[in-house]
Write a protein of this length. Structure first.
Length: 389
């Protein structure tokens, strides 16, 4: 039999699936894979449930239901002053993952270069490679995950087609500042590159920080695409409803890729999400403040067990430095040990790197959990980590 596509045949299972399975096997508290352990607003679920019974349940329009495209456009104007035409400049997808795939397939040609920032979310590079393009990773520097100037400069070339950004960032919890966005944008403009920004954690930003879509910076709208996800914004990760906004010429071509990836997304879920995007500002504020309290609770618990934690400005995640806490193991072995022996699952940060020699002393914990779950995890860490080592 002939060899299968080596890009996929050679891939392992995602670290999130691996760690969730290990957590289940050992009955560990799962702070690995990023998902809330409480579902989002009942009124959103009720709107979707009603639409499931009452319909429509047939193919919705390829670009998304009009009511959801309008809700995305209204959301982008309300929060960022961005003005998108809901008919030609918004596209609904099956999660941010499909939005990323559709955008990368539509915008890239073989041989194009894509500037990315590592550590980064695990689906980026496999999709870029399958598009025939070449990732150009810039490695951020912990603990504040700053962008090194010389490496940023070196990542761009006349072949740079696109910059793929993620803010707030997974796994680092970093929120890019205006200055950082401008440093990236200046090069993108100089090389006439597109800016694709994964903003799935846009509403999960903590005190002292603000999410800024790169599309909202002067002069960048025409080369920028933003991606959002109802999974994160409404704590409904299983729904897989995502959306893109950008200039009509780009969204039009991304729609061509989308029509042959999934074509459409379940209409009742779209109706639920349209309802959610229309919720009052108070919903979005309480989402962030509630999560910030849980960040602080988990960070306090990790520190009580001897971990040093890195700053977290947004997202679901905190990184902890494992050096000197428990056994001296590289991060992936440490996570397996922590899950099996201490009963708490985390994710190794090295899984988010594509270049050789990633840091091996950082593990990522997820805090979008109930206080009871966080307390159960930190109690196990406190009582077991030193005796088990
Ligand atoms: N981008 C980032 C940075 C993520 O963390 C996630 C979460 N899984 C996604 C994209 C995918 O989002 P979705 O579940 O909407 O496909
Ligand atoms: N985004 C989630 C995380 O980073 C996981 C998504 C997935 O399991 N594919 O943990």
């Amino acid at each position: 039999m002939k060899a299968l596509n080596p890009r996929f045949a050679g891939l392992g299972t995602t670290i999130f699936t691996v760690m969730s399975a290990l957590a289940a096997e050992h009955r560990a508290v799962n702070l690995g894979q990023g998902f809330p352990d409480e579902d989002g607003p009942e009124e959103i679920r009720a709107a979707a449930a009603r639409a499931l019974i009452e319909g429509p349940n047939q193919y919705p329009p390829m670009t998304g239901l009009a009511v959801l495209r309008q809700a995305v456009a209204d959301h982008d104007r309300r929060f960022y002053g961005l003005d998108y035409d809901p008919v030609r400049e918004v596209l609904v997808t099956s999660g941010a993952t499909e939005a990323l795939a559709a955008a990368l397939f539509a915008l890239l040609s073989p041989g194009d270069e894509v500037v990315v920032f590592e550590p980064m979310y695990d689906c980026y590079v496999p999709i870029i490679l399958q598009a025939g393009a070449v990732p150009k990773p810039v490695r951020l520097t912990p603990p504040d995950w700053s962008i090194p100037e010389a490496e940023l400069e070196a990542a761009f070339s006349p072949r740079t087609k696109l910059v793929l950004l993620n803010t707030p960032m997974n796994p680092t919890g970093k929120v890019l500042t205006r200055d950082e966005l401008e440093r990236i944008a200046r090069r993108a403009v100089a090389h006439d590159a597109y800016l694709l920004c994964d903003e799935v954690y846009e509403h999960l930003v903590f005190s002292g920080h603000r999410h800024l879509p790169i599309a909202s910076l002067p002069g960048l709208r025409e080369r920028s695409i933003r991606i959002g996800s109802a999974g994160k914004t409404f704590s409904l990760t299983g729904w897989k409803v995502g959306y893109l906004s950008g200039p009509a010429e780009l969204i039009g071509v991304i729609g061509k890729a989308h029509q042959f990836l999934t074509f459409t997304t379940p209409p009742n879920l779209q109706i639920g999400v349209a309802h959610g995007l229309g919720l009052a500002d108070a919903y979005f504020e309480s989402l962030a403040t509630g999560l910030e309290q849980r960040r602080d609770r988990l960070v306090a618990g990790l520190r009580a067990s001897g971990f040093t934690t890195l700053p977290v400005e947004g997202s679901y995640f905190v990184s902890a430095d494992i050096r000197g806490v428990g056994p001296a193991l590289p991060d992936d072995d440490y996570c397996r040990w922590l899950t099996a022996t201490v009963g708490v699952a985390a994710v190794p940060v090295s899984a988010f790197y594509v270049q050789p020699d990633p840091p091996r002393h950082l593990i990522r914990f997820c805090f979008c959990k109930t206080e009871a779950t966080i307390d159960a995890a930190t109690e196990r860490l406190r009582s077991r980590i030193h005796s088990a080592a």
